[in-house]
Design a protein around this ligand. Structure first.
Ligand SMILES: N[C@@H](CCC(=O)N[C@@H](CS)C(=O)NCC(=O)O)C(=O)O
Length: 212
């Protein structure tokens, strides 16, 4: 089986899939392309929703990052077999999707003054509210759900890492004020995973890039 992940040259929505496959030791082609190459693929009609990320499994395309993560997560054993636990993982996962969806407009805004205003709203209102929900929902043993690593941990880790790495206009210490103990524990679980440490050292550290 050949898996190829095609995305922009940053973590973004592709990183949890990259991490799931890395943790499982499943080989994949990590293809990172420019905006021009993306535009060409979009114009050529090879992206089912006209969006990245896209993965190809034996040449067959799969869009939508959550569908991709479910696919990779199953291969990697990062989705519980118990139906209720699986639903709880997806509950957490979709909460993360809601936060990402809420933050994208500010990152894409071109007008600098408006962009900073939108980021202030994120920092002051949106993030405290949503990460407050996630903190309540998370388990206290270092996992979002249950007592084993799941795709929800990888997605939370990815989102928190964007914010901890630093996005202009959003305090990078937002998780350091004692309000997100459980979320920080999940972050530490993933960050301390041997395969994730090796991946970060090889791939992310040399070219730290964060959304703007
Ligand atoms: N629900 C989709 C959202 C994908 C999405 O918004 N992708 C962005 C990049 S992260 C994109 O392709 N933007 C360019 C465009 O829509 O033209 C997913 O999770 O895959």
């Amino acid at each position: 089986m050949g898996i190829k992940i095609i995305y922009f040259p940053f973590k973004g929505r592709a990183e949890p899939v990259r991490l799931a496959l890395t943790i499982a030791g499943i080989d994949f082609e990590d293809t990172r392309v420019t905006g021009e190459e993306f535009a060409k693929m979009k114009a050529d009609g090879v992206l089912p929703f006209g969006q990245f990320p896209i993965i190809e499994v034996d040449g067959k395309p799969l869009a939508q990052s959550v569908a991709q993560l479910i696919y990779a997560g199953r291969l990697a054993g990062l989705i519980p077999s118990d139906t209720w636990e699986e639903a709880k993982v997806m509950e957490f996962q979709m909460g993360i999707e809601d936060i990402v969806t809420a933050m994208i407009p500010a990152l894409m805004e071109k007008d600098e003054a408006k962009k900073m205003e939108m980021k202030k709203e994120l920092a002051d209102v949106t993030f405290p509210k949503w990460f407050g929900y996630m903190e309540k929902l998370a388990g206290d043993g270092g996992y979002a759900v249950g007592s084993k690593l799941t795709i929800a941990d990888l997605s939370l880790y990815n989102l928190m890492s964007w914010l901890k790495d630093g996005i202009v206009g959003i305090p990078k210490d937002m998780f350091d004020h004692g309000k997100h103990t459980k979320l920080n524990k999940v972050f530490a679980t993933v960050d301390g995973h041997e395969k994730v440490k090796a991946w970060n050292a090889a791939v992310n550290e040399p070219k730290k890039q964060t959304p703007h």
